[in-house]
Design a binder for this molecule. Structure first.
Ligand code: ATP
Ligand code: MG
Length: 289
C-alpha cells in the first residue's frame, strides 16, 4: 500500500476511502472557491496528485462556469517548471476534477510566515522562479491576474509553483493586451484596475502583483495593507487612494538594491512601471536570472 494511503487510514480508521477515477482521495490540501482540493494517489502507480474538485452544483452561473473552463484551457496550454502541471480532467455526474501536479511544499505564504520574512538570497531565488513563470505566461500571451502568495505553492525541491488560473486571460497580440474584467485580490491589485474607463494592460497588472509578493517575501507583511480607514483593504477605491497617497516604507533590513527594484515595480502609473525585461535585468536578480 502507498505510504500516504497507509498513514491516512491510520489517522482515519473508520473512514472508507473515496475513489475518483483511478485515484484514491486522501486529506484536504486546501479549500477552493468551488470545492475542496484533495491529495490523490493513483491506485495502480502510486503517483501523488492534487485533485481540485469542482462541484457541478456550484457552477450555477455563466460567469462561474467560464472561470473553470478558462482555468482548464489555460492549464492545457502551458508547460513550465514553475507552473503547476495539468495531468487530466475527470468528469463525473457530481464533480469536475482537475488533476494537478502535487506541490507538496505547501503555500509560499506559510513558508514566509514560518521564517517571519525571507533572507534576500532565498527570496531572490524564489522571486526569479516566479518571474521566469510569469515571463513564460506573458510570452504565450497569457496574463495570470491573480498572483498572490496564496496562489504560489512550493514543490518538494522548494521551487515556486504558480497555481490558480481562474482569473487568467489571453490576449491576441502584445499591442492588444488591454483587459476589461476586474479581478484578483484587492491587496495585490494594481491601482489602474479601478481607473475610470476600466481598461488596463494585463501584463503590467501581473508585474504590480509580483512587486507586492516580493515586498511580502522580504518584510513578512503586505505593502499596502495598513490603511486605518480601510482595515481589510476590501474597499478597492479607498485602497487605490491609499496607494497613491502613501510613500512606500521599508523595514531597515531590506537592502538598497532590493528597495530599488521594489520602487520600480510598485509604481502606480502602469506606463512608468518596470517591464518584465527590466525586472529580469535588475542587479538584485543578477545571481539567479
Ligand atoms: P481561491 O479562489 O480561494 O484562491 P481556488 O478555487 O482558485 O481558490 P486554488 O487556489 O487553486 O483554488 O486551491 C485552493 C488551495 O488548495 C490552495 O491555496 C492550496 O493550499 C491548495 N492547492 C491547490 N492546488 C494545489 C496543488 N497543486 N498542490 C498542493 N496544494 C494545492
Ligand atoms: Mg487560490
Amino acid at each position: 500500500m502507498h505510504p500516504a494511503v497507509a498513514s491516512y487510514q491510520r489517522d482515519h480508521p473508520r473512514r472508507t476511502l473515496l475513489r475518483f477515477g483511478p485515484y484514491v482521495l486522501l486529506q484536504t490540501l486546501g479549500e477552493g472557491e468551488f470545492g475542496k482540493v484533495k491529495l490523490g494517489v493513483h491506485t495502480d502507480y502510486g503517483e501523488e496528485v492534487a485533485v481540485k474538485l469542482i462541484k457541478r452544483g456550484n457552477l450555477d452561473t455563466e460567469l462561474r462556469m467560464s472561470k473553470v473552463t478558462r482555468e482548464i484551457n489555460v492549464l492545457k496550454d502551458v508547460k513550465h517548471p514553475n507552473i503547476v502541471r495539468l495531468f487530466d480532467v475527470i468528469e463525473t455526474d457530481k464533480y469536475i476534477g482537475i488533476i494537478l501536479e502535487f506541490a507538496n511544499g505547501g503555500e509560499l505564504f506559510d513558508h514566509i510566515l514560518a521564517h517571519r520574512y525571507l533572507k534576500e538570497d532565498a527570496a531572490s531565488k524564489l522571486f526569479a522562479q516566479l518571474i521566469s513563470g510569469v515571463h513564460y505566461l506573458h510570452s504565450k500571451n497569457i496574463v495570470h491576474r491573480d498572483l498572490k502568495l496564496e496562489n504560489l505553492l512550493l514543490d518538494k525541491g522548494r521551487n515556486v509553483i504558480i497555481t490558480d488560473f481562474g482569473f487568467a486571460n489571453t490576449f491576441e497580440t502584445p499591442q492588444d493586451d488591454l483587459m476589461t474584467t476586474s479581478c484578483g485580490s484587492p491587496c495585490y491589485a494594481a491601482p489602474e484596475l479601478v481607473i475610470t474607463d476600466g481598461t488596463y494592460v494585463g501584463t503590467a497588472v501581473d508585474i504590480w502583483s509580483c512587486g507586492v509578493i516580493l515586498y511580502a517575501m522580504l518584510s513578512g507583511y503586505l505593502p499596502f495593507d495598513d490603511d486605518p480607514a480601510n482595515p481589510d483593504g476590501d474597499n478597492i477605491n479607498l485602497l487605490y487612494k491609499y496607494i497613491l497617497n502613501t510613500t512606500l516604507q521599508f523595514p531597515s533590513h531590506i537592502s538598497d538594491s532590493a528597495q530599488d527594484l521594489l520602487l520600480r515595480m510598485l509604481v502606480p502609473e502602469p506606463t512608468e512601471r518596470a517591464t518584465l525585461r527590466e525586472v529580469m535585468a535588475h542587479p538584485w536578480l543578477a545571481a539567479h536570472s
